[in-house]
Write a protein that binds this ligand. Structure first.
Ligand code: SAM
Length: 358
């Protein structure tokens, strides 16, 4: 049975990209949440005071966990269902559930113990169906566009031990909700072996963070576009793209009639038509990205995805200044270290005052 010295009842666990636990621990220290690394890559434990925190470096939060133990699948399933019923019977809320495994946190699509987790889930569903039918009926499949009101998360640590977190989901000004409606906070990113750069994954995650994807015919500017991974993603959604870089795009994108490829300084870009999207993967110092965020009011895109990259240590002050600068330009903004980010963060932007994400 798992030795759980690293987390206690009522404490909060955060999921981050494995290998990036140190910046999350540092951020939680700054927020006064007494963080502790755990034996699981991609999981950091923190005090009960962390339950309402939304750290930039966290992909998901499991607030106020309980430790459930059971010597059989059936015992674990009953413990999970009873925990759910205790927490949710008194509400009329919709709820969703996620079933996670240690390897899920590392992005493994076929994690060990998957079969056991499936059996526990089926057992819990059966228990609810038999004993709490009304509660069972309120379960929905939440999504970034339509998240559930509550999220129940289960992390099976070994055959007999599980963490359970049942928490209300807070609606956000940018994106959908926190806890995230995505299991472990991981967005599904379709593989594209023909993409000219693997960085396309970050943009897909940026859209999931925003809870909004480009629609056919929308106009996007892609700053720092070469060789074209992001432009290709935008084109796949049917957006028309102005691609700006000092270097050229891949030949097939250059030849695309719906791509206006411009060689030049991306920081000097001036739109000649209203922009639906501004996306930027420019490699530049954070100060330059803050300047770019400071020109949002002039560029006036409806929404955006902007990377801020660091050399060496994370520049927490630059992230804060970037978010405040965007707010000063009339944009709701949220920064996140998404799964495919390296030493950088993704900033999702939405022009404020508009109706929330469609
Ligand atoms: C990480 S790459 C972008 C990759 C791109 N998103 C993709 O998926 O193919 C960063 C790009 O920023 C460009 N860049 C850096 N500073 C620039 C500037 N001032 N103006 C235009 N492009 C710039 C570089 O030429 C480089 O192509």
């Amino acid at each position: 049975m798992a030795d759980l010295a690293w987390i206690g009842a009522g404490e909060t666990a955060f999921v981050c990209r494995h290998g990036h636990e140190a910046p999350l621990v540092e951020e939680l220290h700054r927020l006064g949440a007494a963080p502790r690394p755990t034996p699981l890559p991609g999981l950091v434990a923190a005090s009960s005071a962390a339950a309402d925190l939304d750290p930039v470096w966290a992909l998901q939060t499991l607030p106020r966990v309980r430790v459930l133990r059971g010597a059989s699948v059936r015992a674990l399933a009953e413990a999970a269902a009873e925990g759910l019923s205790e927490r949710l019977d008194a509400t009329e809320a919709s709820w969703d559930w996620h079933w996670l495994l240690p390897a899920t946190l590392r992005g493994n699509p076929r994690p060990p113990m998957q079969r056991r987790a499936g059996l526990v889930q089926a057992g819990a569903a059966d228990w609810l169906q038999r004993r709490r039918r009304r509660l069972a009926r309120r379960r929905v499949d939440g999504s970034p566009v339509q998240p559930a009101e509550y999220l129940a998360q289960h992390l099976l640590l070994d055959a007999e031990t599980m963490l359970q977190s049942v928490a209300p989901c807070r609606r956000l000004a940018v994106g959908s909700s926190w806890p995230s409606p995505l299991p472990a906070g991981h967005a599904a990113v379709p593989d594209d072996p023909a993409a000219p750069a693997s960085s396309y994954r970050k943009l897909e995650e940026g859209f999931a963070l925003l809870g909004r994807w480009p629609a056919a015919g929308e106009l996007a500017v892609d700053l720092g576009a070469s060789p074209g991974g992001w432009t290709r993603v935008l084109r796949r959604y049917g957006a028309r793209v102005i691609a700006v870089d000092r270097a050229p795009l891949a030949a097939d994108l250059e030849a695309d009639a719906d791509v206006d490829a411009r060689i030049g300084d991306a920081f000097r870009f001036e739109p000649d038509a209203p922009l639906d999207w501004l996306v930027s993967d420019i490699v530049a110092y954070p100060e330059r990205i803050i300047e770019l965020l400071g020109s949002l009011g002039t560029l006036a895109p409806e929404r955006g995805v902007v990377q801020m990259k660091f050399r060496g240590d994370v520049d927490w002050a630059a992230i804060d200044t970037g978010l405040q600068t965007a707010a000063g330009q009339g944009y709701a903004a949220r920064a996140r270290h998404v799964f495919n980010d390296k030493n950088e963060v993704t900033i999702a932007l939405r022009r404020a005052g508009k109706e929330a994400i469609r």
